[in-house]
Each structure stands twice: as structure tokens, then as C-alpha cells.
Design a protein around this ligand. Structure first.
Ligand code: ATP
Length: 457
């Protein structure tokens, strides 16, 4: 079967968005490197998220916590004991699989919550085949912790193992007290963070959908218990507004409510926002009501009082938490899947376009002299120098103008400006819009105000 992401993966490589990691060494599975346009795209997503969820809100502050936390924090959060997947190996071809995925795919059976021995029984039943070699010879199911471990050179009170954080959330809980003590916040309020997380996933794949090193954008919103339902709904709504802002196709987004009995150990309600990826409908984002689980656990393990004092009601309590969480890589993949378009033009040529929303497009404007003539070049470079202070702009003078347009289409650049011979007399240029390919003339001294309007959020 053809990989449904083949065209996107190939465009990402060809155009400098995403490269396979450590390629000159033959690759390093499920790691990726973001090239110049991928890095811009990623930065635009993170900057816009920060604007929308921190800068535009009166009740959310941002932090940038460490990747390495005190090892006890991971014991308190439950990750050391229960952040596991059950795995099995095929004895014949030595491939490794997640048991739930194997059984779900082949027997159409959801096995969440069942024990390792029950899983082993199902594997022994001779109904599940190795997807790689077709044999039915699996090892017993066993737990595999998804946290990456590393060793510290200096032992800190006997803790010489440290974990690379598998989620950004815990770094937020560890700073909750500092934020209360230093920031004059009042409940309800949120703490936001963008940062790397690491998971030793057993079966990663589907390009950047499931990788071992990724970035999360998370908010922990601290509330009184009685407000959790309203707060949950309102944050779910904010998440949808975000999806709209970055231009995700509404018809491909769905809410998936987690069944009560399958909720994570800390959650009383979880909803995934799923997206119809070409390889299937899967989690894009999530929102969870984490109760007061995390703060209570950290209070117990750290022996630090984490109560909040409400001086109006004159009472102390441990706040409850609503957590909206967003993966950067999955955002990028969904945006690429939505944006990737092949169009047959009148001249029978195929045009490949990334129809990114203007707000996240890696390059906003490209400036071209129609031909490599000194006076056209000078005028183009003047425009480029003026606009580059405001936006990510490219200057390109190489090759036929049609080829230059195609290149920018593949990068998803919303506007191209062309300086031609008329420009030298009328101080106007042609602006071509990416999706409609319509062109119009505009005075050079009106360019800034034109783009200011176009790129306004
Ligand atoms: P899944 O069920 O797909 O493994 P999850 O429920 O474990 O995901 P969360 O723990 O809720 O995911 O993580 C929050 C967000 O982080 C997810 O919604 C997703 O966008 C992102 N994410 C999680 N794991 C990965 C990964 N291995 N690669 C890329 N992004 C990820």
C-alpha cells in the first residue's frame, strides 16, 4: 500500500521543511530535523499560540521550566509506576509491538485496562499475526516505561537517575507555588508553557505524528472544584477557536470523549480533539480535568504546603486543574495535510500549493525583479529591505518568473511582489495572491499598510 503521507514527506524534504534525523549516519529512527522553512513554521505556531493563550488572556502567565526535574516529582506524578505501555516481541522476526495496537488492529477489540496475563492469553490464542512476518509466535506481554532515563554525574542525595520529562505539565505544577508567591495571581488562573517532551514510544511512526522527542504547548488552569464543568467547556471552546485561527479544516476535527472507565489515573473527564489524518482519525489535542491529583501528590512527596489561600472567602484549599494540551508536531502535520493541494492548471501543468493560513505561513512575502536588470533589482531589493523588518520576506531573482511563483506556492507564501518595467515609471508593483493566483497593481508606498491589514489577527 502506498504511504498516504508520501507526497507531503517528499515535499517537506525537497523544500527544506523537515529532514529525517541524523541522515548522514544512515538515519536515527523517528527523529526529525526542522529545516529553514520548518523552523519558521514551528516558530510561527508557537508564537501565535503564546499570543493567543498568554498575551491575549488576563488570567494566564507563562513559564519556561527545566526538562530535568527532581526524580521524586515523577514518582509523585505516577509516571515512574504507571507511564507504561505493554509490549511484545515476535520471536521469529524480532519486531516489537504495542500489544493494545496489535490486538485492536487485528481483532477490533479495545483492551484498555486489562492485565498483562490477559493480554498474553489473547496473544497465545493464535488469532493475532505478526504484521511483519505473518508468524504467530509472541513473547509474553510486559510493561515498558516510556520515560527516557539518564544518569547524573553528581549524585544528589542518592538520586543518580534523572528522567527527561515525558510531558511539560509537571514542570508547571512544580512552579505553582512560586507563581502564587510572586505574581499576585488569583484563582482562577492559568500557567502556560511550551517545551520539549520525550517519550520512548514503542511503535512510533506516521512521520512526525508519533516521535520520541516533541514539543508540547500546555496550560494548567487552576480553579475551585465547583467550577470544573464550566471551565472545561470554556477551555474546549478556546481550543476550537485556536484551531480556527490557524486555519484547520473544521470538517476534519472531532471531539472524542474518553469512556469513564478508561480515563488516566489522574483524570475525571478527558476529551480528545481528533483530526482526520490521511492514515486515520487520531488525537491532535486533548483536554483533561486533572482534579487536585497532581498538587496533592506533590504536596505529599515534597512535604511542602501547596494550599491556596483565598483571602476573600478566608479559606485554604488545593486547587483543581483543567489542562488543555497541544502537540506542536501534530499541529504541523495536520496543517500540512490540510494545506497540501495539487491543482491542474489550464495549461495542463500541475501546481503544488501549500494553502497555509497567512498567520502561520513560514514566508509571508516574496519579492522578485521580473528580470535580472540592475534597475529592477535595485527597486526590488529596496522593497525587500523595507518589508523584511516587518515580516519574513524572500528575495529571488533566479530563473523564469513562473518557476519562482511555483517555488513560493510550494512553500505556502501568501503573496508575491513583482517589480517590472512599468514599476520604474509608476512606482507600482504587481501583487499575486497564492490561492486565487489573481494579480493586482499597488503603489509601493501603500505596501506596508496593505500588509498590515492582511496580516492582522
Ligand atoms: P497518544 O494516545 O497518541 O499516545 P497521548 O494521549 O499519550 O497521545 P498526551 O499525553 O495527552 O498524549 O499528550 C498531549 C499531546 O502531546 C497530544 O495531544 C499530542 O498532540 C502530543 N503528543 C503526545 N505524544 C506524542 C508523540 N509521541 N509524538 C508527537 N506528539 C505527541
Amino acid at each position: 500500500m502506498q504511504d498516504p503521507l508520501k507526497n507531503i514527506v517528499s515535499l517537506c524534504k525537497r523544500r527544506g521543511f523537515i529532514y529525517p534525523g541524523s541522515e548522514i549516519y544512515g538515519g536515527f529512527a523517528n527523529t526529525y530535523s526542522y529545516g529553514p522553512y520548518g523552523a519558521e513554521l514551528k516558530k510561527n505556531i508557537k508564537d501565535l499560540w503564546w499570543k493567543f493563550f498568554v498575551q491575549f488572556k488576563n488570567d494566564v502567565v507563562g513559564i519556561d521550566g527545566p526538562i530535568l526535574l527532581h526524580p521524586l516529582a515523577w514518582k509523585a506524578s505516577g509516571h515512574v509506576d504507571s507511564f507504561n505501555d505493554a509490549l511484545t516481541d515476535c520471536r521469529q522476526c524480532k519486531s516489537r509491538f504495542r500489544v493494545d495496537q496489535l490486538i485492536e488492529a487485528q481483532l477490533n477489540k479495545d483492551i484498555e485496562g486489562i492485565s498483562l496475563s490477559e493480554m498474553t492469553e489473547i496473544l497465545k490464542d493464535d488469532k493475532v499475526k505478526c504484521p511483519k512476518c505473518g508468524q504467530k509466535d509472541f513473547t509474553e506481554a510486559r510493561h515498558f516505561n516510556l520515560m527516557f532515563q539518564t544518569e547524573m554525574s553528581k549524585t544528589d542525595k542518592g538520586h543518580n537517575i534523572a528522567y527527561l520529562r515525558p510531558e511539560t505539565a509537571q514542570a508547571i505544577f512544580l512552579e505553582y507555588k512560586n507563581i502564587i508567591d510572586t505574581m499576585r495571581v488569583k484563582i482562577p488562573f492559568g500557567i502556560a508553557q511550551i517545551g520539549k517532551a520525550f517519550r520512548n514510544e514503542i511503535t512510533p511512526g506516521n512521520f512526525v505524528f508519533r516521535v520520541i522527542e516533541f514539543e508540547q504547548m500546555e496550560i494548567e488552569y487552576f480553579i475551585e472544584e465547583k467550577d470544573w464543568k464550566a471551565s472545561f467547556e470554556s477551555w474546549l471552546n478556546e481550543m476550537k477557536k485556536w484551531c480556527d485561527l490557524i486555519g484547520l479544516n473544521k470538517n476534519k476535527l472531532h471531539d472524542k470523549e474518553h469512556d469513564k472507565e478508561k480515563l488516566s489515573h489522574y483524570s475525571k473527564r478527558t476529551v480528545d480533539i481528533t483530526y482526520d489524518f490521511p492514515f486515520g482519525t487520531n488525537e491532535l489535542y486533548g483536554i483533561a480535568y486533572r482534579t487536585d491529583f497532581d498538587l496533592k501528590q506533590h504536596q505529599e512527596f515534597s512535604k511542602t504546603n501547596l494550599e491556596y489561600f483565598d483571602n476573600v472567602l478566608n479559606k485554604r484549599f488545593i486547587p483543581h486543574v483543567i489542562e488543555p494540551t497541544f502537540g506542536v508536531e501534530r499541529t504541523i502535520l495536520a496543517l500540512l495535510c490540510d494545506a497540501y493541494t495539487e491543482e491542474l492548471l489550464e495549461n495542463n501543468e500541475t501546481r503544488t500549493v501549500l494553502k497555509f493560513s497567512k498567520h502561520i505561513a513560514p514566508v509571508k512575502i516574496a519579492v522578485f525583479p521580473l528580470m535580472k536588470k540592475e534597475d529592477l533589482k535595485k527597486m526590488s531589493l529596496d522593497i525587500f529591505d523595507q518589508l523584511k523588518k516587518l515580516y519574513k520576506v524572500e528575495y529571488d531573482e533566479a530563473g523564469a518568473i513562473g518557476r519562482r511563483y511555483r517555488r513560493q506556492d510550494e512553500l505556502g507564501t501568501p503573496y508575491c511582489i513583482t517589480v517590472d518595467f512599468d514599476s520604474l515609471n509608476d512606482n507600482s508593483v504587481t501583487i499575486r495572491e497564492r490561492d486565487s493566483m489573481q494579480q493586482k497593481r499597488i503603489k509601493i508606498d501603500e505596501l506596508e499598510s496593505f500588509f498590515q491589514k492582511e496580516f492582522k489577527i
